[in-house]
Design a protein around this ligand. Structure first.
Ligand SMILES: *[C@@H]1O[C@H](CO)[C@@H](O)[C@H](O)[C@H]1NC(C)=O
Ligand SMILES: *[C@@H]1O[C@H](CO)[C@@H](O)[C@H](O)[C@H]1NC(C)=O
Length: 488
């Protein structure tokens, strides 16, 4: 009787998955019944596995979307509003330098604060809100001949975090003479997971400056980014570091040292530019790394970026180009006209150089030394962190130079930009190029996803077949195994 009642009882409960496992464990059941239940459980599990297998093998989720699906579980894409900029300025420099900040800051979409040593300015809605830094007189400073303001500047990394603004994934730091390319910065930072600890920036162009301050320090003026989670950790320990690093020169050295104590090292992003040089940036900008432009600094120490403009106007001109196609600005393509033996280097949104003859690509990727050293005086060596080449003293030994005139978009993805020759020197030039006055460049808006940024490839360009005063160049993706060289 006991036996039969047991036999009758289980059937309804077997179909209820939630009761299966608890009954399975019950030691009072007979062995035969337990076997049946195990078999049924096994069949059910098999069925579940088959269903899962079918879902994943026949749905589009299977390969392409699965990684991004996993990502989206925790992470929406990084947007402008996830970045909080903190600008180090001072009462004495703010009025002059605010014209640079105005160029890249937009009150609707950029979150930023300017940290000053003291206030006294009327509020200006086209500029970021001003914050007066806390008193730092209790911290020691003993770098010979240095400036105590370095402590205040370093502590911005704490005070910005302690404001506790919501939804900040990245804390970005810079000076009042740093111009950021915000759209590109958002794109580049989205390569990294802000929930992990990241310290992202770049060192100096000057080898000697890096020897002096560290190859692994993000130079503050070039700007750098600290992930939200790391910034919150840093803010807790900052004051203790400020006591220990009183012998250092700058604010960036103090932040670097404190992050080193937290066990974090710099991740280099070549689009940040400290610009520790003086004079003309033409050579430097004409061979920008194959990576989005993120910042430019020390603008008062260098010539205006474009001829016949003052510094602010010239920077605004470059930013106009970046507003049309930010990923492409300063990206270099080289194209060849083999019938006339002409080589053209296109630096989108900035300048074009037209060379007579066949110039090999690697030679055009080295940087023309149009600038001189940051430090002045005898004994200063001009050693840089990249390959350089001399600019021929004789103008006639140089290529024809064209600079950005204007840029526009056709409303869809097509963009045009046009460049004019600004010095017409009295030189003997090949017939094919001697009348050139203008170059027009056609391209498509460059939209790089994270994978393309991780494995970048230079784009190719074509020169339209005939030209006299005006040349047309189209930039496009290179073909699968295309080489950037003169075709014979
Ligand atoms: C640069 O030019 C603009 C426009 O012409 C002018 O408003 C501005 O004051 C100039 N800036 C300097 C520093 O001369
Ligand atoms: C470049 O732009 C200017 C001003 O819009 C225009 O007059 C000129 O024709 C353009 N050049 C070319 C080659 O399209």
């Amino acid at each position: 009787m006991n036996h039969t009642s047991r036999k009758r009882r289980p059937d309804p409960s077997l179909s209820r998955t939630d009761s299966l496992s608890s009954e399975m464990l019950s030691p009072t059941k007979s062995p035969a019944l337990t076997r049946i239940r195990i078999r049924n459980l096994f069949l059910l599990l098999l069925l579940v596995c088959v269903v899962i297998y079918l879902i994943f093998s026949f749905s589009p989720l299977r390969r392409t979307q699965f990684p991004s699906l996993a990502r989206s579980l925790g992470l929406s894409p990084t947007r402008r509003r996830h970045l909080l900029f903190s600008i180090a300025s001072s009462h004495d420099s703010w009025l002059r330098r605010s014209s640079y900040v105005r160029l890249w800051y937009s009150p609707e979409s950029t979150r930023a604060f300017v940290f000053l040593d003291r206030g006294g300015f009327e509020s200006d809605l086209s500029l970021p809100p001003l914050v007066v830094s806390e008193d730092v007189s209790r911290f020691p400073y003993n770098f010979p001949g240095g400036l105590r303001s370095a402590i205040r500047v370093a502590r911005i990394a704490k005070e910005a975090v302690d404001r506790d603004d919501k939804d900040v994934r990245w804390f970005v730091f810079g000076d009042d003479d740093t111009v950021f390319f915000v759209e590109n910065l958002v794109r580049v930072l989205s390569k990294y997971d802000h929930r992990k600890w990241w310290y992202i920036g770049s060192n100096s162009e000057s080898f000697d400056q890096n020897v002096r301050y560290s190859f692994d320090m993000a130079f503050g003026g070039g700007g750098f980014a600290i992930s939200g989670s790391l910034a919150r950790a840093l803010s807790k320990v900052m004051d203790s570091c400020l006591m220990r690093y009183s012998h250092m020169y700058g604010g960036d050295s103090r932040i670097f040292s404190c992050l080193a104590e937290l066990g974090v090292t710099l991740t280099h992003e070549p689009g940040f530019h400290q610009i520790d040089v003086r004079g003309s940036l033409f050579g430097l900008l004409c061979a920008h790394p194959l990576s989005p432009l993120l910042s430019l600094h020390h603008l008062d120490a260098v010539d205006p970026l474009f001829p016949k403009m003052n510094r602010t106007e010239a920077m605004a001109h470059l930013i106009r180009a970046s507003n049309v196609d930010s990923s492409r600005v300063l990206q270099q393509s080289v194209c060849y006209d083999s019938s006339n033996s002409v080589t053209v280097s296109v630096v989108w949104g900035y300048a074009i150089q037209v060379y007579e003859g066949n110039k090999l690509l690697p030679d055009l990727l080295s940087i023309q030394k149009t600038f001189y050293t940051w430090r002045r005086g005898s004994g200063v060596r001009s050693n840089y962190m990249f390959n350089t080449r001399e600019v021929p003293r004789d103008r006639c030994g140089r290529p024809l130079e064209f600079v950005l005139d204007n840029v526009g978009s056709d409303g869809t993805r097509g963009t045009w930009s046009n460049y004019t020759r600004y010095i017409v020197e009295n030189c003997r030039r090949a017939d094919s190029i001697k009348h050139l006055k203008q170059v027009r460049v056609l391209s498509h808006k460059l939209e790089l996803d994270v994978e393309q940024m991780k494995a970048p490839r230079r784009q190719c360009c074509d020169i339209s077949p005939s030209y006299k005063e005006s040349m047309v160049i189209s930039i496009r993706q290179c073909m699968e195994d295309e080489l950037i060289a003169m075709k014979s």
